[in-house]
Design a protein around this ligand. Structure first.
Ligand code: UDP
Length: 318
């Protein structure tokens, strides 16, 4: 039986990966320190024999008492609000955490897949962004802690591959949404959906002319699974190229939820990228992958998740 360790396994993406790996018949070891991950995301797996949950901060040394075949390294604060609140943890998990996991991969002879990010492109001067673009990152701005940690992590992964022959994969993840996003992580999808459902104004940062391209989590997980099993060592973009402005996105959410919320404009956060769209030619050619879930279908499933969450919290009538 193949064993897969998932760092950040109780987070949004990590927990969906745990589900997928178990569904593929693999054993899963979920490692999380719960600073941004949530036990609720993996509660449904707790009683399974093929699932093991370890509470650990992987920025600290980590020893595993069993063999492991794959390491999916997803641990990190991942929303702009989280990494503003946890800048040092973000830097440490990207650097020390990645170092520790590469050491584990080397010892166990495991293949490691690093969750990298479109943030490595910073505020991009090339559009859409292909993997060959080196990016435009401000290292000392508030977002630098995440962007540079992930850039360092990519460099470290490539060094372990080149020097020690560790089998490695790097996925550059673009904006992804779906059930199990943390309700108050401040990212645009959970923020707008909850504001729309509760009748609060939708908080559009800046004039809303900045763009993003949103990928549903099931599509992302499929792309990551294919990348893991592929031979591709170089970074690979996975995301949905459907791009829209944040203002249009806000209007779209109010339409889909049937909300009467207004739009209220707030200051644009420092270094907020003005445009973002993945060039997914490599994923198409090498992995035969492209997103399948239409935006409205994915959003309706996500809206349903948040509706239930708000009802359980008593913030919305059943
Ligand atoms: N955004 C917004 N209102 C919010 C949260 C985010 O207008 O309540 C904007 C944010 O400024 C950015 C985009 O939505 O331009 C996506 O933000 P998010 O935090 O989801 O992730 P990012 O793509 O910036 O990492």
């Amino acid at each position: 039986m193949t064993t897969v360790a998932v760092t950040g396994g109780a987070g949004f993406l990590g927990s969906h990966l745990c589900d997928r790996m178990l569904a593929e018949g693999h054993r899963v070891i979920c490692i999380d320190n719960f600073i941004t991950g949530r036990r609720a995301n993996v509660e449904h797996l707790a009683d399974r024999d093929d699932f093991r949950l370890l509470e650990h901060d992987i920025s600290q040394p980590f020893f595993l008492d069993e063999d492991v075949d794959y390491i999916l390294h997803f641990a990190s604060p991942a929303s702009p609000i989280d990494y503003l609140e946890l800048p040092i943890q973000t830097l440490k998990v990207g650097s020390l955490g990645t170092h520790n996991m590469l050491g584990l991969a080397k010892t166990k002879g495991a293949r490691l897949l690093l969750a990298s990010t479109s943030e490595v492109y910073g505020d991009p001067l090339v559009h859409p962004q292909p993997e060959t673009y080196w990016g435009n990152v401000n290292p000392v701005g508030p977002r630098g802690v995440y962007d540079e940690a992930k850039r360092f992590a990519e460099a470290m992964v490539m060094a372990y591959h080149r020097v020690h022959g560790v089998e490695t994969r790097i996925v550059r993840i673009f904006n992804t949404y779906g059930p199990r996003m943390r309700p108050r992580d401040g990212r645009v999808v959970p923020a707008f959906i909850q504001q729309a459902l509760t009748g609060e104004p939708l908080t559009v940062f800046g004039d809303g002319s900045q763009t993003r391209s949103f990928c549903f989590v099931d599509d992302l997980v499929e792309g990551i699974y294919r990348l893991l099993l592929s031979d591709r060592v170089e970074p690979t973009n996975i995301g949905n190229p459907g791009e829209m402005t944040i203002l249009d996105f806000a209007r779209h959410i109010t339409r889909l939820t049937g909300s009467e919320s207004e739009i209220s404009f707030r200051d644009l956060p420092t270094d907020d990228p003005k445009i973002r769209q993945p060039d997914i030619s490599v994923a198409r050619d090498v992995l035969g992958w492209q997103p399948r879930v239409e935006l409205d279908e994915g959003l309706l499933r996500t809206i349903e998740y948040f509706r239930q969450y708000l009802q359980e919290e008593g913030r919305l009538e059943a």
